[in-house]
Design a binder for this molecule. Sequence first.
Ligand SMILES: *Cc1c(COP(=O)(O)O)cnc(C)c1O
Length: 365
Amino acid sequence: MISFSRIAAPFLTTSKPSPGCITVDVGALARNWRAANEASGTATASAVVKADGYGLGIGPVVEALHSAGCRHFFVALADEAAALGQAARDADVYVLNGPMSGHASAIAAAGFIPVLNDLLQVSQWVAQAKKADRPLPAAIMIDTGMNRLGLNLTDVQSLAADTASLALLDIKLVMSHLACADDPSSDMNARQKTFFDEARSLLPDAPASLANSAGLFLGTDYHYDLTRPGVCLYGASPFKTAPAPFEPVVSVAAEIIQVRDVAADESIGYGATFTATGPMRTATIAAGYADGIFRTAGNSAFAVVNGTRVPYVGRVSMDLIVLDISALDARSVRPGAMVDLIGPGVSVDDLAHASGTIGYEVLTS
Ligand SMILES: *Cc1c(COP(=O)(O)O)cnc(C)c1O
């Protein structure tokens, strides 16, 4: 386990995490990658570690995944690739956004593999290869219906005809991205797969990759050579409704600052959005939307204290949340005690649903 608090407090000499604490279970992360690799069948699992390892800290995340056996990593930006450090030495590091704004020479020098997302990026990378006087490794992204990034069919056809450019590309991977894999019943999945097969048949033979976390569970047809799980590694669910397929990785705890009695008809928090229907007992905790607990969680989410669910009452403030602890033994909850905002009994996805968002956003916040 590694543990760190959001706020560095060098003037405090306490060993107690204060006032909040995010714990990342790197052992669970490693086990989740092995489970994803297993679920990939004959394909190999990579790991998507963009956005600072889905908010958990790219350094320790990559170290854990690398020791679990992962040798293919996807980041969004060249700077993130540089943060992989030692782990990058014997791994393939793909840069999803491609050679953006003058990063081509740095990417080439480091041996990272840019994902080329349109003909402009192809020509930039080919120019880099000309400079280097050798073919450079690249992945080709095909847009199969998301209209976000990737070569469309016309682009693929012109690249396929451009033998001069192809001679300067060492194509490590041909890939695409699924728009609706979180919903296995969506016919978009099969349409994208068919389009992917058509488009990649025009290009030189190369390993292929289509599945994100949810795509892992669409069947072996979707696995190809390399799968690209992200969110499932970090213990959240990639699905619209089904729970997370693997172990939880993250817990978030915050400290109780104050416990108080609230009389019937009193209101709680900004906007007086909650009114006590009877006498109640509340705990005010040191966490809020500045810590990534969404304001939309107010009057909706729950925390866990000593194994009991305690609802958020009133709005989430910048640095404070009020919990209804009436159900708990008054003596068991005191200032200084920690409550779980994410942990056993309250998952990343529970908090996401209560906040009107998805586990991905909770993790990266
Ligand atoms: C983010 C991303 C992934 C991982 O998606 P998850 O749903 O988190 O598994 C895979 N491929 C691409 C291209 C991505 O951008």
